[in-house]
Design a protein around this ligand. Structure first.
Ligand SMILES: Nc1ncnc2c1ncn2[C@@H]1O[C@H](COP(=O)(O)OP(=O)(O)OP(=O)(O)O)[C@@H](O)[C@H]1O
Length: 378
């Protein structure tokens, strides 16, 4: 557990970067510090590993005042990941990852083997081990940065905008894999970002800082979205916070059976089962393949010709799939993006469970939020 107790930092030029900050980052959880540029996020993070020393207050890690621990010893137990990964350009990937274990006396072969294992864990093939950082993409470099921070198996990980320098698609992947890794590792993580969406996705709790290093609110993501503490937090979490809050509410909405035809069936069969002009097409394993628009097909009023079959080129592929037991946001998105207006719900194997209407999702939401707080999705 990391505890800030009335911690302030005033730089010699009089800038107050952090002002009487008190917060606790629970063990095994991700605490995100978020806020606009210059609000003191990086300064707060760096005070944990003594790269910056507080002007007042105390920071403890598992009840030990960080100021009482020599910086080198302190940092051995704290991994640190920064934007652009901060890799040594003249060392190979494997040597970058093995840096700390080698410094602390691990034998070379052992350090190398462990480094390669860590690279695989963060999603990089062992064949990257002997490349230099410049031979990797930005996202791959970030993965190496995470592997390097984990190499000494530190209980605490400090991450300063680690995924900000990559494009949104890579960022999404890195975030997803980071959450998966944290599920396995259960590190105590303090994560800095200026991106509220990233904060909400990754944080077990989120600390919103205002300029001047003042803590505006510390709360779990769902709570932050549902009840911002003041106008500054409300503005910072954004105008669409109501919509984003749906991502934290379980969609235990009534799913209704959806009539289907199998790929390869006679087109006439689609006309028989249809409840309106859209019919859902599934494969042999009941996995949705797309929607068939009946009116778009030349049945010429006399119905399809006897030889016409439901083939893939007739399908409209639009519409996201909502996992059963997913969130209200996923259910609503499936309904809104579906050409038929019916959102397709599938099980873990991708097999059809049924469909859901946007109106049903909204009715459910109204019931759910009548007695706020909404149920938090695990
Ligand atoms: N060495 C320094 N001397 C004087 N002022 C500093 C120093 N380092 C940082 N500051 C100031 O302290 C404030 C907080 O800086 P900090 O880097 O912690 O902000 P941040 O929230 O991480 O910002 P960003 O999101 O832009 O990285 C800023 O006003 C910054 O200009």
């Amino acid at each position: 557990m990391i505890r800030f107790d009335a911690v302030s930092k005033e730089f010699p030029d009089g800038t107050v970067a952090v002002d009487a900050l008190s917060l606790t980052a629970a063990s095994g959880q991700i605490t995100v510090l978020v806020g606009p540029s210059g609000c003191g996020k990086t300064t707060s993070l760096r005070m944990i590993n003594r790269m910056i020393e507080p002007s007042a207050g105390t920071i403890t890690i598992d009840d030990r005042d960080v100021m009482s621990v020599p910086p080198a010893e302190l940092r051995r137990g704290i991994g640190y990941v920064i934007q652009h990964a901060g890799l040594f350009p003249h060392r190979t990937v494997v040597d970058n990852v093995a840096t700390v274990p080698l410094l602390t006396g691990t034998r070379r072969r052992e350090a190398r083997a462990r480094a390669i294992e860590l690279l695989e864990r963060v999603g990089l093939p062992a064949s990257f081990a002997d490349r230099y950082p410049a031979q990797l993409s930005g996202g791959q470099q970030q993965r190496v940065g995470v592997a390097r921070a984990l190499a000494a198996d530190p209980p605490v990980l400090l991450m300063d905008e680690p995924f900000s320098a990559v494009d949104p698609v890579v960022r999404d992947q890195l975030q997803q894999e980071f959450l998966r890794l944290q599920d396995e590792l259960g590190k105590t993580i303090v994560f800095v970002t200026h991106d509220i969406d990233e904060a909400i996705r990754l944080g077990d709790q989120v600390a919103v800082l205002a300029v001047g290093g003042r803590l505006a609110q510390l709360a779990a993501p769902a709570e932050l979205l549902a009840r911002p503490a003041d106008p500054f937090v409300a503005g910072f979490v954004g105008r669409d916070r109501g919509y984003r809050a749906l991502a934290f509410v379980s969609a235990e909405v009534a799913v209704t059976p959806e009539p289907t035809v199998a790929l390869g069936s006679a087109l006439a069969r689609a006309h028989d089962v249809a409840v309106d002009e859209w019919v859902l097409v599934v494969d042999d394993a009941q996995r949705p393949q797309g929607w068939l628009h009946l009116r778009a097909h030349p049945d010429g009023g006399a119905g399809p010709a006897p030889g016409d079959v439901v083939s893939p080129d007739l399908l409209n592929l639009g519409g996201t799939l909502s996992p059963v037991g997913g969130t209200l946001r996923e259910a609503l998105d499936a309904a809104l993006s579906s050409p038929s207006g019916r959102g397709v719900v599938v099980d873990d194997d991708g097999r059809l469970v049924g469909s859901v209407l946007a109106g049903t999702v909204l009715d459910h939401l109204r019931e759910e939020t009548a007695g706020v707080p909404a149920r938090v999705h695990p």
